[in-house]
Ligand binder design. Structure first.
Ligand SMILES: Nc1ncnc2c1ncn2[C@@H]1O[C@H](COP(=O)(O)OP(=O)(O)OP(=O)(O)O)[C@@H](O)[C@H]1O
Ligand SMILES: [Mg+2]
Length: 235
């Protein structure tokens, strides 16, 4: 049984449908990638999984049970979204931003300290900058902070929306390496990306077009798939 099973999922904004029957499954412990061009419905998918948009058809199953309930309950169940655009609090320090990510475990001081150590182990840069205002961080550092903040509530399933957006190739590589490490340390990951470079580290890949999954397979197979290149890169 996969940790996350999405079957014929439909969702959208008010009366505007965007997802027209999405099927995908993410195995526990794996690193999965959802690729697609602008407007394909990738963010809509993650927001629906996080409980920020209602399901209008089909089903999401998490850990064997139909997933419902508000976003906060899903965070407590281990589903954490790192949204597109980072959204760090610029006037708060790095450490304060991280503590806000630990809201669900705020009463457990030991766990909070442990998670902070874990985040600093993955992102040493954040420890160096712990007392710096988040608004003064570089784009890459802000992305690390956004992911680190997500890690503070000990997610079982981490959803990351376009971490590489606007980053240089070098920083993109660093962020992807950090996500790989997070996955190797036991967190199941579903990343939304437009950068196909991420396929090299993905166990499973899904390609989304106009609200549907049109290709799915292993990361390596998808990377070498000519049909994917044609559909995805328009070559
Ligand atoms: N708040 C909204 N209200 C109405 N329609 C929306 C809203 N947000 C997104 N959409 C529409 O839903 C469709 C899918 O958008 P979505 O943001 O999921 O795409 P995406 O794959 O994440 O694209 P990108 O790579 O540009 O982030 C688009 O046609 C978009 O215009
Ligand atoms: Mg998006």
């Amino acid at each position: 049984m996969a940790l996350l099973e999405v079957e014929n999922l439909r969702a959208g904004y008010g009366s505007v449908p965007v997802l027209h029957g999405v099927d995908l499954a993410v195995e526990e412990g794996s690193n999965a990638v959802l690729l697609g061009l602008n407007g394909a419905g990738k963010s809509t998918t993650l927001m629906t999984l996080a409980g920020l948009l209602p399901v209008t058809g089909g089903e999401i199953r998490y850990d064997g049970e139909v997933l419902k309930g508000p976003p906060g309950a899903r965070v407590r169940a281990g589903i954490v979204l790192v949204p597109e655009g980072r959204h760090v609090f610029p006037a708060l320090t790095v450490k304060q931003n991280l503590r806000l990510g630990a809201w669900t475990i705020r009463r457990d001081a030991r766990r909070l300290r442990g998670n902070l150590r874990e985040v600093y182990a993955i992102f040493p840069r954040l420890e160096e900058r712990a007392d710096q205002l988040a608004g003064t961080l570089s784009g890459g550092e802000q992305q690390m902070l956004a992911i680190g903040r997500g890690m503070m509530s000990s997610p079982r399933l981490l959803l990351i929306d376009e971490a590489s957006l606007g980053l240089s190739p070098k920083l993109t590589e660093q962020v992807f390496a950090a996500v790989k490490l997070i996955n190797q340390r036991g967190t199941t990951v579903l990343m939304v990306e437009q950068n196909a470079g991420v396929l090299a580290q993905a166990d499973t890949a899904f390609v989304m077009q106009q609200g549907r999954i049109t290709v799915s397979g292993s990361g390596a197979d998808t990377l070498g798939d000519e049909a994917v290149k044609a559909a995805y890169f328009g070559t």
